[in-house]
Design a protein around this ligand. Sequence first.
Ligand code: ADP
Length: 491
Amino acid sequence: MSFETIFSAAADAMLLVDNAGVIVQANPSALTLLEYSAEAMCGLAVEALIPVSYRNHHQHQRQSYFNNPEKRAMGKGSALFALTASGKKIAVDISLSPVYIKDQIYALTTFYVAGHRREAEEALRISEERLQLARRSAGLGVFDFDAKQNIVHWDERMRELWGGDSDATISYEKFIEAIHPEDREARQTALILATDPTGTGEYNAEFRIINAKDGTEHWIATTGRMHFEDNHASRLVGIAQDITERKRLETKLQEQRSETESIFKQQVAARTASAIAHELNQPLAAISAYSEVALHALSDANFSTDKLKRALEGCVAQAQRAGTSLHELLAFLQAGNIVVAPFDLNALVKDALNIARSDGYKEFQPALDLEQNLPQVLANRIQIQKVLVNLIRNAVEAMRSIGANNATITVTVRTNQNLNMGHVSVQDSGPGIPPEAVKRIFEPFFTTKPTGIGMGLAISRALVESNGGQLWLEPNVESGAVFHFTLPFAP
Ligand code: ADP
């Protein structure tokens, strides 16, 4: 039986390749497997059947095979692929045998497509297809950096991102040339980290690429894994994605955040200034009044030193009070820990009424409804005194504005049973608060008074809350206004 007959009848795909790497003959199984016609196959360089990235390597291997021809398997057991005419990669085992025909040496190349290989191939094809789909829809590029040859294998999407030409590989130098100079160092650091054989081999970097074709700048996120051979980083396989849009949104968000921050800072500054003005308004008005009294006294030829002394003492006291107020206000604004101590609410109410009177808010009758033996509350006494004086002043101003005849301020102090807290109410016989203003009176800067600042209630509420209580306006009262606040009892 001739070689020809066996060759043609063999179930395995076989090729006869001459020592120049030209296919001189292919059996029908080979034509089927590799999807070639006999005419197309004969005369073809055998490298045409080798995936592009292995072609160079194969050429050297082929030459050395013909220098030392022997019967052996190709590729020393590693997975091999043959490229079909339609560009499909199929996994094969290949064996080589030298054959001599008319003094010429040929390599008889046999392809074995084992059953499990076929299945694996099919599964691979399906999973590759899925991967391709996912890759395409996510716009992912795939790269494979061969550290030994210093080249990068890249797919079409990568070439598109980098603005590269259609070559399946690019030199590593050219590959990193496209990276924005400012981002090279950070990327290099990520690479060095992945190269550490004691590490995880994970590679993650974000950098800008300047597209070689159109000069546009794009942000790229890459992630990959380093492979090691004998403890040396040999190969980095990874994906790359265009994240320019995400970066743009991030920058915009950042800008918005700093803008909001600066608006907030301006507001805080404005509020702080207003709170200071609120604290200084009263003592400054008093100092001015005392000074006028003093000047007036001096202009009198036989002035009384007593009168002058009282006026100047008034000035001193008011100036000191302004200083103390500012000091406390600053401490409060700096949100430091406030000093709390137990005190008697009934006594505080009486003090506050006296302070308001001595500040010039005299035109009212106090009506006190105090709970005897009320437990002590735990709060900062000076701050709560400020709140009460402020509520009393507002009440007097409201009653003044309508020229109320029987101006009365009723202060009630009791235990709020529901909350188990000390509870104070301040009621006046003024005009009350119009419905359209009710919602706004606690807002900073809300005022209906010609020289008002509109910070009194805002500060009072903040003070009560920072002492663990609540401050609110009673809704729907028949006449006047009623404000309430609560404070925790001392344990
Ligand atoms: P200001 O006293 O500087 O206006 P406030 O924050 O203390 O600031 O008060 C805000 C506004 O609430 C006042 O301008 C006034 O319209 C209203 N208001 C407060 N207390 C009373 C009250 N007892 N009766 C009527 N209106 C009041």
